[in-house]
Write a protein that binds this ligand. Structure first.
Ligand SMILES: [Zn+2]
Length: 427
């Protein structure tokens, strides 16, 4: 069954009201899912890739059809502006991203962009004009799968980015970030110009899939995000000595991979020492020379560390640092750590959560309050302007996987909630 048929199956057509069309939303989710398809039925649209660009081009067509004024900045961020009655007031931004992790799903990112666009479509149909300008935003490279540093587009917009570090980042093919920018049709100067005056923004609101199971447990379609955990990413290099697997006795080895293995097992035990919400993951590693009959001389790996509380998160970072150096020293291996990302967690204002609560209640939805363990563009914007987030229920809490699933009913609920919330804020 195609994604479209799967989405439309069991769709509650009574949710098509106030100009919102579930069918249109389903068709658009389906169209995006076909860009960068994987054999497992997922999507692969890396940041700054041709696939990400194609996805943006498609959304830009829809934006123009919906009457939005479309612009793209030097970081590849796309803005579709709807003029409000009083366009001198700071704007409301809403959107998400269309890039994905390798073999990702069809909702993480696209739902936030398409829900925002569906709000515009609904207003077009009912003739509603918001008081303020409303801009639908697609941020580039949220996932950061290519250059190991996510949230690139939103960081370019707020200017919270170390440009020279960013330009020199290298992907696994050896392409630098600045080369990738040029291949994308931009350059370093244009990239720097993506920085915006954030005083022009009243609020950013993002719809996103939950990527957890709390809404499923509460049996509710959408919920209210209370805060976003700040991610931290470090790269650890273990340098030992490569040697012949046959000729080097076991007691005369400095094996970087065995050291890395001990470290990875240790990392797994550390979050529990800090808090119940802290997590740490090693999800990517390179072994050199990576030969069947060669003792591994070098290992590079990445550790992702998160918590909602900044102090706890940073305590965990220190423990992981310590573990890397201790384990390496004990084995005569050299350890080197490079910090890639350290973003403070973002709390979401009580009054915005209250507004969302009353919108939810108007649909008979009992509010579920959820802290976000995953980082989002809203987290970056949240350092500069008020942000709000609406989560839509994820089946089995699965994400970053072709099996990622949110029913069309839940997607459409997220559109209604977003629409009513913006209408209220816009006044
Ligand atoms: Zn996402």
């Amino acid at each position: 069954m195609t994604l479209l048929n799967k989405l439309l199956h069991n769709y509650d057509i009574t949710l098509d009201k106030a100009g919102v069309s579930g069918t249109r939303l389903a068709q658009r989710l389906d169209s995006l899912s076909k860009i960068g398809p994987t054999p497992e039925g997922g999507s692969f649209r890396l940041g700054l890739s041709l696939e990400e660009k194609q996805a943006k081009e498609l959304v830009k067509t829809w934006m123009k059809e919906a009457g939005l004024e479309v612009t793209e900045d030097g970081a590849g961020n796309v803005f579709g502006k709807l003029e409000g009655k009083n366009s001198s007031l700071p704007s409301i931004w809403t959107g998400s991203h269309v890039d994905s992790v390798p073999n990702g799903g069809h909702f993480d990112g696209p739902l936030g962009v398409l829900a925002a666009l569906e709000v515009i479509e609904a207003w077009k149909e009912t003739g509603f004009q918001p008081n303020r300008n409303v801009e639908v935003v697609i941020f580039t490279d949220e996932e950061g799968s290519r250059f190991y540093s996510g949230l690139m587009g939103s960081r370019a917009v707020t200017g919270e980015i170390e440009y020279n570090v960013q330009f020199e980042r290298v992907d696994s093919e050896g392409t630098t970030f600045s080369q990738a920018l040029e291949a994308y049709g931009s350059n370093k100067d244009q990239f720097k110009k993506a920085k915006r005056n954030m005083e022009e923004v009243e609020l950013f609101v993002e719809v996103h899939i939950e990527q957890g199971k709390q809404l499923e447990k509460a049996n509710m379609p959408v919920g209210i995000v209370t805060g976003i955990a700040g991610p931290y990413v470090m790269e650890v290099h273990f340098s030992g000595v490569a040697g012949h697997a046959g000729n080097t006795p076991m007691n005369d080895r400095t094996d970087a991979l065995v050291t890395a293995s001990e470290f990875i097992c240790k990392v797994e035990t550390l979050p529990a020492q800090i808090s119940s919400t802290a997590v740490a993951t090693v999800g990517k590693l390179f072994v050199k020379p990576n030969g069947v009959n060669v003792i591994p001389g070098q290992v590079e790996l990445f550790v992702d560390i998160r918590d909602i509380d900044e102090e706890n998160r940073d305590k965990l970072v220190d423990l992981v640092h310590q573990a890397a150096y201790e384990i390496a020293t004990n084995r005569g291996v050299e350890a080197k750590i490079v910090e890639h990302l350290r973003i403070p967690p973002v709390p979401i204002r009580q009054e915005l959560q209250e507004k969302l609560k009353s919108v939810l209640e108007s649909y008979g939805i009992e509010p579920t309050y959820i802290p976000s363990g995953a980082g989002h563009d809203a987290m970056i914007l949240g350092n500069k302007v008020p942000v709000a987030m609406i989560f839509a229920r994820s089946k089995d809490g699965i994400s970053h996987n072709p099996k990622e699933w949110t029913t069309l009913n839940d997607c459409v609920y997220s559109v209604h909630v977003l629409k009513d919330f913006i209408e209220e804020i816009s006044d």
